[in-house]
Unconditional design. Sequence first.
Length: 86
Amino acid sequence: MKITSFSINSVNPYNKQQRTAKAENGKHAFADKIEISTTAKEMSASSTYSSERAQKVQQLKEKIQSGEYQVDARKVAEDMLKYYRY
């Protein structure tokens, strides 16, 4: 099988795409835009999750430091098995 390069003038399809993209951008100026819904704004403003989480973490730290915190090895093993089985 013989392959010859007839009429191939270093074609680069990416250059063509760049030229058309530049031409389109010159006609219409597009800008990225973000819109946050009112529901999302309300959720971020009234989030009690972070304060509840911080309180729980503080309680766990206190238990660990005082030596009251006990790890249930059976529960940890069961959860690990569930994780790796599914």
